[in-house]
Design a protein around this ligand. Structure first.
Ligand code: ADP
Length: 458
């Protein structure tokens, strides 16, 4: 097993990885920016080093600085968390060159899967159903027009280097095509320094369903079932659950084996996610692969009892998986609410600042993954995730009731949060009935409460 691991991240995920390392008896090295000096991952780690100014480019994304601390602190491995350097093949390669294990797949696989147009072609060739689309990236407007007319509107323009919903545009008629293409390209260039785009058929009201996979370096590959992440705002997930209400045991087995075959064929190792869209007829189509641990991995942990981060670290250290597909039993239902420092009443306006009071919910089936505490200041420089409320219930109904109970217990003052949004969501009859799609919030716009909801006052 590794002796010492550097965690190249911040916030709740740095804490999550740190906890896994501690349980495995691994020493931890935290890095932090000047804005994160008071962060819990800094306080809990065995060693912590400041790596620069607040902007991510000067700290968490600064590869030479991260590597110099890794070498100086003599770590065996680096866990990248999600975001920042987690899907950067150059970083993975540099780690390899320094004989420091990058906890994730090889640089070649990150590269192959990171380019979404190429990943789609790869999956198509391996027999995974894909959404009808252009053959890789495209730029010739005449060819694009021809393709769109043949396929039929609506179509969606997607950035090949995309992430976080950036560079994505839905086009409903030919007259919008050229201008939307221009905008998507500009946005993609600004966000990813790569203006490559591809197009695919836009599915109306699909569900976002993804499979969690784990693969070791000895050829063993398993999936931990699916997660449903259809509740999204501007293509960003807000609430995730497992299992999906539309998944039958039969379909899970069928889709699971298609996914595992592909994972095995590409020689994938580590934890990863295959993201799919599911249409009204329960057809599944590959969308992209995330070659890292995801925010919502927690719901799969709750229904499987498997600690995905510990398993990820163990397989990176060369251990074989200690269970087979048949050993994995999914029990009950789990829901994750992303609690962001945003004001849902003001169009989800970011609300960084100092948390004055903080009471975390507890009781049966409730898990909180959060780096927040009273007096902690949420810096304005990074994502707005304050914490994840993850709840398990024997079935979906109990999970919903328990989540409502836990949300009512969650008291955060000093900043605005999305707690009230989740309370509203869990009261929506269509949500309760499982009638959800990626357009749920367009069709059910959030209504702020007439009277402000009063949570506990910490
Ligand atoms: P990103 O990596 O930027 O998050 P994804 O490819 O994961 O982008 O897509 C994010 C979301 O965009 C999906 O969950 C879905 O809501 C929507 N989406 C993407 N492709 C399509 C499509 N072909 N049809 C309908 N919705 C889509």
């Amino acid at each position: 097993m590794f002796n010492k691991v550097l965690i190249a991240n911040r916030g709740e995920i740095a804490l999550r990885v740190l906890r896994a390392c501690q349980e495995l008896g691994i020493k931890t090295v935290a890095i932090y920016s000047q804005a994160d000096e008071d962060s819990l991952h800094v306080q809990f780690a065995d060693e912590a080093y400041c790596i620069g100014e607040a902007p991510a480019a000067k700290s968490y994304l600064n590869i030479p600085k991260v590597m110099s601390i890794a070498v100086m602190a003599k770590v065996d491995a680096i866990h990248p968390g999600y975001g920042f350097l987690a899907e950067n093949p150059d970083f993975a390669r540099i780690c390899e060159e320094h004989h420091i294990k990058f906890i994730g797949p090889s640089a070649e696989i990150i590269e192959k899967m990171g380019d979404k147009a190429t990943a789609k072609k790869t999956m198509d060739a391996l027999g995974v159903p894909v959404i009808k689309g252009t053959d890789g990236t495209v730029s010739d407007i005449e060819l694009i027009k021809q393709w769109a007319k043949l396929t039929g509107f609506p179509v969606i323009i997607k950035a090949t280097a995309g992430g976080g919903g950036k560079g994505m545009r839905v086009v409903r008629s030919e007259s919008e095509l050229e201008s939307q293409l221009e905008m998507a390209r500009t946005e993609a260039q600004a966000a990813f320094s790569n203006d490559g785009v591809y197009l695919e058929k836009y599915l109306e009201n699909p569900r976002h369903i993804e499979f969690q996979v784990l693969a070791d370096e000895h050829g063993n590959v398993v999936h931990i079932g699916e997660r449903e992440c259809s509740v999204q705002r501007r293509h960003q997930k807000l609430l995730e659950e497992a299992p999906s209400i539309v998944m039958t045991d039969e379909t899970r087995e069928k889709m699971g084996s298609v996914v595992l075959k592909a994972i095995r064929k590409i020689g994938y190792t580590g934890a990863g996610t295959i993201e799919l869209l599911c249409d009204g007829d329960h057809n599944f189509y590959f969308m992209e692969m995330n070659t890292r641990i995801q925010v919502e991995h927690t719901v799969s942990e709750m229904i499987s009892g498997i600690d995905l981060v510990k398993e990820q670290i163990k397989v990176a250290a060369g251990h074989p998986l200690s269970f087979t597909q048949d050993d994995i039993k999914l029990t009950g239902h789990a829901i994750e609410c992303r609690i962001n420092a945003e004001n849902p009443d003001l169009d989800f306006r970011p609300s960084p600042g100092t948390i004055e009071g903080y009471i975390a919910p507890g009781g049966p089936g409730v898990r909180i993954d959060s780096h927040a505490y009273p007096g902690y200041t949420i810096p304005p420089f990074y994502d707005s995730l304050v914490g994840k409320l993850v709840v398990w219930g024997a079935n979906r109904q109990e999970a919903i009731e328990r989540t409502k109970r836990a949300l009512a217990e969650y008291g955060i003052t000093g900043i605005d949060t999305t707690i009230g949004f989740h309370q509203w969501l869990l009261e929506q009859p269509d949500f309760v009935d499982g009638n959800i799609s990626t357009n749920f919030l367009t069709e059910h716009p959030y209504q702020p409460p007439v009277l402000p909801t009063t949570g506990p006052t910490p």
